[in-house]
Write a new protein. Structure first.
Length: 80
């Protein structure tokens, strides 16, 4: 769903509870909204949502380090 977007084009616009689960609302550059949960994938670099907190979404994506090894990189999106 959101795995082909560049993360810089996505915005965290809401966080809410759905039953006992916290979910986040992400908006793309066209204004289209998406509901995501822990474990969902976002971004071109295989970012997987690890945690949704009160006002932040934390995901871990795969990245190449300077020695060309694949490492995990943490990305944090914050509510505006």
């Amino acid at each position: 769903m959101l795995d082909w977007f560049d993360l810089t084009t996505l915005k965290l616009v809401g966080i809410m509870m759905r039953g006992q689960e916290r979910v986040a609302v992400i908006e793309d550059s066209r204004g289209q909204g998406y509901v995501v949960r822990r474990g969902s994938y976002m971004g071109k670099d295989l970012g997987r949502i690890e945690k949704i907190a009160d006002n932040t979404l934390i995901l871990v994506e795969k990245a190449l380090d300077p020695s060309h090894e694949v490492t995990d990189r943490q990305v944090i999106l914050t509510l505006e």
